[in-house]
Design a protein around this ligand. Structure first.
Ligand SMILES: Nc1ncnc2c1ncn2[C@@H]1O[C@H](COP(=O)(O)OP(=O)(O)OP(=O)(O)O)[C@@H](O)[C@H]1O
Length: 286
C-alpha cells in the first residue's frame, strides 16, 4: 500500500539560510509519527510545506495530491491544528459548529457535538468566555469531526495543563485514530506522547537524524546503569552519553547487544526522551 504522505528531498531556504535540509519521510495508514526536535529545528517549516502553506524545493505527495498545486482538494482530506491556533473571540460555540458544517464538505456535526458533550463547554458561550484549554478543546472538537485521512498537529497541547493534555491524546486515539488514517504530531513533551507513537523522526538543524518505528528504536537503544568497576569497559563501547548522579553512572548505547551490556551492569529500556537527548548530544558533538 502506498504511503498517505511522502516527502522526498525536501529543502527550504529563508534567504540564504537552509532551514530544512534534504528531508525524506513517508507516513502510511495506521502510523502516528512524532516529529521531534529542538527549537528552530525546522518542524513547523516541514509541516507548512506539507500543508502547502510554504513554498519549498523537493517533492511532497499527500493522498496522491501536490500540496502546492492541489491544496484546496487536499484540505478536504487533511486536518490541521497549529501551535498558534486561534478562533475569533466574538464567535459563539454554536456558530463555530454551524460555520464548519457550512464550509467543510466532510464535517460531521454529530461527532463534534459528542466530543463537546464530554467537556464543560456551553454551546451558547463565546470564545472570549472560554479558558485557553477550553478553546483548544473546542478547536479539537471541530477538527476531529472532520472525516480526514491525514491529521497534522503542531504542538497541539501548548499552554494546556497536564490533565487536559492527557485528555487530548486520549481523545485523539479514541475519537480520531483509525487504521486507514495517519497522524503527524510535533511536541516538546515527548514523554507524554511516547505511548501513542508508532514512529519517530528526530530533526536537528533541518536534518533528519533518526527516523524509525518506535519498536525498532526500543530494540536499538539500551540504557545501562554501570557498576563502578566496569565504567572504563563500558566507555569503550562508545555510549551516546554518560551521566553520573549520586554515585550511579548511566550510559545510553546504540546497537550494543543486551548480553554484552548485562555483563557491565543493569540494562533498562530508555524512554524516547532519553534517546532524543542521547542522539542530539551525539550529533552536537560530532
Ligand atoms: N518566516 C520566516 N522567515 C525567516 N526564517 C524563518 C521563518 N520561519 C521560520 N524561520 C526559521 O526557520 C528555522 C526553523 O523554524 P521552525 O519554526 O520550522 O522550527 P521548529 O522546529 O518548528 O521550532 P519550535 O520548536 O521552536 O517551534 C528557524 O531557524 C527559524 O528562525
Amino acid at each position: 500500500m502506498s504511503p498517505l504522505i511522502s516527502i522526498a528531498n525536501l529543502n527550504k531556504f529563508y534567504g540564504r539560510t537552509k532551514v530544512v535540509n534534504d528531508v525524506n519521510l513517508t507516513v502510511s495508514a495506521g502510523q502516528i509519527l512524532g516529529l521531534v526536535g529542538p527549537n528552530g529545528a525546522g518542524k513547523t517549516t516541514c509541516l507548512h510545506a506539507l500543508l502547502g502553506l510554504a513554498d519549498y524545493e523537493g517533492e511532497i505527495d499527500v493522498l496522491g495530491l501536490d500540496p502546492r498545486k492541489q491544496r484546496e482538494e487536499m484540505l478536504k482530506k487533511v486536518s490541521y491544528i497549529s501551535d498558534v491556533a486561534v478562533l475569533p473571540k466574538w464567535l459563539k460555540v454554536s456558530q463555530a459548529i454551524d460555520y464548519m458544517a457550512g464550509v467543510h464538505p466532510n464535517f460531521n456535526r454529530e461527532q463534534a457535538l459528542v466530543f463537546l458533550a464530554k467537556t464543560n463547554i456551553k454551546h451558547s458561550a463565546k470564545v472570549k468566555e472560554l479558558s485557553k484549554g477550553m478553546v483548544t478543546q473546542l478547536h479539537l472538537a471541530l477538527i476531529l469531526a472532520v472525516d480526514a485521512k491525514v491529521l497534522v498537529l503542531d504542538e497541539p497541547t501548548l499552554g494546556l495543563d497536564i490533565l487536559t493534555r492527557r485528555q487530548f491524546y486520549t481523545h485523539l486515539l479514541e475519537d480520531f485514530y483509525q487504521e486507514d488514517r495517519c497522524i503527524i504530531v510535533t511536541t516538546h513533551q515527548i514523554e507524554e506522547i511516547e505511548h501513542i507513537l508508532t514512529d519517530v523522526a528526530f530533526i536537528q538543524n533541518g536534518h533528519i537524524v533518526l527516523a524509525e518505528s518506535t519498536d525498532e528504536i526500543k530494540q536499538r537503544f539500551k540504557m545501562l546503569a554501570v557498576t563502578s568497576e566496569h565504567i572504563e569497559q563500558a566507555q569503550q563501547l562508545n555510549p551516546l552519553y554518560s551521566n553520573s548522579i549520586m554515585g550511579v553512572t548511566t550510559m545510553l548505547f546504540d546497537g550494543v547487544s543486551i548480553e554484552k551490556l548485562s555483563e557491565l551492569g543493569r540494562v533498562n529500556s530508555p524512554t524516547l526522551a532519553d534517546i532524543f537527548v542521547g542522539v542530539m548530544t551525539k550529533e552536537t558533538n560530532s
